[in-house]
Design a protein around this ligand. Structure first.
Ligand code: SF4
Length: 242
């Protein structure tokens, strides 16, 4: 992408001053050493709420989509319009994980639509990625009523679906957007401001995982966009590193 086009996308994000680092300066192996590695998040431990039973599922997109579409493992199935499975390139190098469907997502069946989705698209374009080139999903596949946060029980019951998606996509890097996604994936309650700017590792494959602010938060707090641009630069470095 040429400089003028990138500036257009940065303008769309509301960022007018920036310095693009060379990819080599943000390569993840060095950052991982310098910033301290967070241990891979573990799967649910015994004693936690029972998860959706997908033990018989083989890694297969069609079977997984069918199972999610008919899932009744938690109470959210009763109030959803439709499940919101995920969208994008099913072999993407980047997998984005958000919180849960909102009202518009529940209507359309696609994650990150509306104003927050448009801002997410602008964020991706700023590092040369089209929305269609990444895989986007949420911690929960059904909308919590009133857009409340997911409960721990709901997140635990839905987690096997996310783990299956991760094992199928096999991304080079994951991006958790917002506190709910970060807290559920990393099993911590640290603030996003402390979790970002570090490389975490997630799942059995120790997939590098970055944390940044949710686009909906940026719409309320546009002054934080410069920090997100820093996070995107780090993401770019991982995607284009060795
Ligand atoms: Fe099933 Fe997840 Fe929907 Fe709950 S949120 S009903 S676990 S698909």
């Amino acid at each position: 992408m040429d400089a003028s086009r990138r500036q257009q996308y940065l303008d769309a994000m509301g960022i007018t001053r920036y310095v693009m680092r060379e990819p080599a300066a943000t390569g993840y192996p060095r950052d991982a050493v310098e910033s301290g590695v967070v241990a891979p998040a573990s799967l649910p431990e015994s004693g936690r709420p029972a998860a959706a039973d997908i033990s018989e599922l083989q890694p297969d997109w069609a079977a997984l989509k069918t199972r999610v579409a008919s899932c009744t493992a938690c109470e959210l199935h009763a109030s959803r319009t439709r499940t919101v499975f995920g969208t994008g390139d099913e072999s993407a190098q980047l997998m984005i994980v958000g919180e849960a469907p909102g009202a518009e997502e529940d209507r359309q069946g696609e994650p990150f639509v509306g104003r927050a989705g448009q801002l997410l698209n602008a964020m991706l374009h700023a590092i040369g990625l089209a929305r269609e080139a990444v895989y986007i999903t949420n911690i929960l596949k059904c909308r919590p009523p009133g857009n409340r946060n997911p409960t721990a029980e709901e997140a635990a019951k839905c987690r096997p679906f996310l783990m299956q998606q991760l094992s199928l996509v096999k991304p080079k890097v994951m991006l958790a957007v917002g506190g709910v996604a970060a807290h559920n994936l990393l099993e911590t309650d640290e603030a996003v401001g402390r979790l970002r700017n570090r490389i975490h590792y997630y799942g059995e494959d120790c997939t590098p995982l970055l944390v940044t602010y949710h686009p909906a938060y940026l719409l309320r707090r546009p002054e934080e966009k410069a920090k997100v641009w820093q996070d995107l630069q780090k993401l770019y470095g991982i995607l284009h590193g060795d």
